[in-house]
Design a protein around this ligand. Structure first.
Ligand SMILES: [Zn+2]
Length: 229
């Protein structure tokens, strides 16, 4: 079942490792088939170099395994909450990439300081609230997803396709899982640039709304002019 999606998810997971976004097994990528509601996700704890398409685990949106012999990634329940709430996304990526994770661990959102950031994220990359002890004790991964969804109550997940989970790391999404991998890579670069910019000037100002809108909207949405028709 879902042979193409299995291949896409395998490729996405291998890419996370190849691009240096996920060391060891600290990362996972998934995709959803909206027609069936099936989620295809990496198996838990299998090294990237040893994974095959047939190792991918297929579940439904309740987390029940539909196909696969291995256990799914332990972050499955977080991915599922994102698929449930953000209806236009087709792929989710979670990594502990270095600079994005440093921002998450320091409990700071990533401010939009320049046009590289504004080309991909229509504002700061937000930070979730810290989970309560109760949320950690029971259904931790699901509660992580719910904390992300709460953080987006007044944000458009298609305009800001990433979040920092407090004291943890980033989750990134997109229309496809390969797009989510690309955005995870860009997030890491933007996080690195912001770190260095604020090291040079700790009082650095955020980009103006005019420049933020100019850069974001020329690449995204109805009036986009970037690239070829
Ligand atoms: Zn994690």
């Amino acid at each position: 079942m879902h042979l193409d999606l299995r291949d896409e998810v395998l490729t996405a997971n291998v890419e996370l490792s190849r691009r240096g976004l996920a060391k060891h097994t600290f990362g996972n990528a998934s995709a959803i088939d909206r027609a069936t509601g099936h989620v295809v996700i990496k198996p838990s704890g299998v090294p990237y170099h040893a994974m095959t398409a047939s190792d991918m685990v297929i579940t439904d949106l309740d987390g029940k395994i539909v196909e696969g012999t291995l256990r799914p990634s332990s972050d499955l329940a977080t991915h599922i909450e994102l698929y449930r709430a953000f209806r236009d996304i087709g792929g989710v990526v979670h990594t502990h990439s270095h600079f994005a994770t440093a921002w998450a661990q320091s409990l700071h959102e990533i401010p939009c300081l320049g046009t590289t950031h504004a080309d991909y994220f229509h504002g700061a990359v937000p930070l979730t609230e810290t989970l309560t002890d109760e949320e950690i004790a029971s259904q931790y991964e699901r509660n992580t997803g719910l904390a992300i969804v709460r953080r987006f109550h007044d944000l458009n997940p298609m305009e800001i396709p990433a979040v920092l989970v407090a004291s943890h790391a980033s989750f990134v999404w997109g229309p496809t899982v390969s797009a989510a991998v690309e955005t995870a890579d860009i997030l890491e670069e933007v996080a690195r640039m912001a770190y260095h910019a604020l090291t040079l000037d700790p009082g650095g100002e955020q980009i103006s709304d005019a420049l933020l809108d100019k850069h974001f909207l020329r690449k995204h949405g109805a009036k986009a002019t970037y690239g070829q028709k």
